[in-house]
Design a protein around this ligand. Structure first.
Ligand SMILES: *Cc1c(COP(=O)(O)O)cnc(C)c1O
Length: 387
């Protein structure tokens, strides 16, 4: 079966009720018939469920589907994207190790790397996502892991997965890829040598802005270490959220196709608008890394970003002028969302700090939803008139 079929057909074994949809297993623990069965489960001699911090049928169904989509050997699901990122660092890095990351990464990931990892003696350095020449020189004798996002948030820079996959193999490093923006129906980093893929399932995987979730998928031996770390420290995904996310995976492929089509349409229509100084979308030939996008992505994804010629002030006016698009912190929803990082998520940074992570004053990020494409376009066009 194709991965997209597996994402629909993989299912927890039917109970005696012969239900068609998977029931929710909202239970914190599981029973044993006798002392011997219980002993064997605790001794890891069977894979019976013990306690939902370790495993749960709904969570298992979700991770089985993620493995099918990402082409991964194993996976562990977490309560949020950030707990997935954190667990992938803490389970595999130790004092004295060095982490190499691309410079434009999700804000909270940046905080973990710069504020918390150093407390445990783990060093880091950053390289530019879009400057492949810098990567090899940045590897140190104690480098253990390369961590990247592609496309990056919010700048939509790309990292050449083939290049970085080869580099990681040559230096025997763990390649860890945040695949949140592309999703596994658009891009499968493991195919290029990634050892781990992490996700915020909160975004496109949920796709409807309902629940938080995260997942780490990849090499069996590494996932085993991550599982053991999480089993003891407790960032596990709730069975309810896993049920929601597993259902969402059944429609991920069709949703991403529509998100991408809508986003491409919007990008083409807005690219030469007089109020916009530049616009970025991976599948537009004007994207500086268009060739890489075509090589490693099936479509351009659902995010479009552009710079308002009027800068910071125009950004605020643009948000106020929107009538339909939502102003909210999430992305990857059925409903289109606009955000202006310089006045919101990155407002506390100095101008120089914002420049360093490519947050320009008039940068607008659109998470393109599933509404009719002309309704999204028209709302943006009328808002552009007013800013
Ligand atoms: C949102 C996001 C995260 C964090 O995920 P949460 O589910 O909010 O914890 C990590 N990486 C990227 C790229 C994101 O967009």
């Amino acid at each position: 079966m194709h991965p997209t079929t597996k994402a629909i057909r993989i299912q927890t074994e039917r109970t005696n009720e012969m239900e068609h949809a998977t029931p929710m297993f909202l239970t914190s623990s599981f029973c044993f018939d006798n002392a011997e069965d219980m002993r064997a489960a605790f001794a890891d001699e069977t894979d019976d469920n013990i306690y939902s911090r370790f495993s749960n049928p709904n969570v298992q169904e979700f991770t089985d589907k993620i493995c099918a989509l990402e082409g991964a050997e194993a996976a562990f699901a977490t309560a949020s994207g950030m707990s997935a990122v954190f667990a992938s660092f803490m389970a595999l890095l130790k004092q004295g190790d060095h982490l190499l990351a691309c410079n434009s990464i999700f804000g909270s990931t940046h905080t973990i790397i710069t504020k918390y990892l150093p407390k445990y003696g783990i060093e880091y350095s950053y390289v530019s996502a879009d400057k492949p020449g810098e990567w090899a020189a940045a590897i140190k004798p104690n480098t253990k892991m390369i961590y990247i996002e592609t496309p990056t948030n919010p700048g939509l820079d790309l990292v050449d997965l083939e290049m970085v996959g080869r580099l990681a193999k040559e230096h025997n490093l763990i390649l860890n890829v945040d695949n949140c923006f592309a999703t596994p129906v658009i891009q499968t980093p493991i195919q290029y040598g990634a050892d781990l893929v992490v996700h915020s399932a909160t975004k496109w995987i949920d796709g409807q802005g309902r629940v938080l979730g995260g997942v780490i998928a990849g090499r069996k031996d590494l996932i085993k270490d991550i599982y053991l770390f999480c089993r003891s420290t407790g960032p596990s995904l709730s069975p309810f959220n896993a049920w929601v996310l597993s259902k969402s995976l059944e429609t991920l492929d069709v949703r991403m196709e529509r998100h991408s089509n809508n986003a491409f349409y919007l990008a083409e229509k807005l690219e030469n608008h007089p109020k916009i100084s530049w616009l970025k979308y991976p599948f537009l030939p004007s994207h500086p890394q268009y060739a890489i996008a075509r090589k490693q992505m099936q479509s351009g994804g659902g995010i479009v970003c552009f710079e308002l010629a009027g800068g910071l002030d125009s950004g605020r006016k643009f948000l106020d002028a929107l009538k339909m698009l939502s102003l909210t912190a999430n992305l990857g929803d059925t409903r289109s969302i606009a955000s202006h990082p310089a006045s919101t998520t990155h407002a506390k940074l100095t101008e120089a700090e914002r420049q360093a992570v490519n947050i320009t004053p008039g940068l607008i990020r659109i998470s393109v939803g599933l509404e009719h494409r002309d309704d999204v376009l028209n709302d943006i066009l009328q808002a552009l008139e007013l800013c």
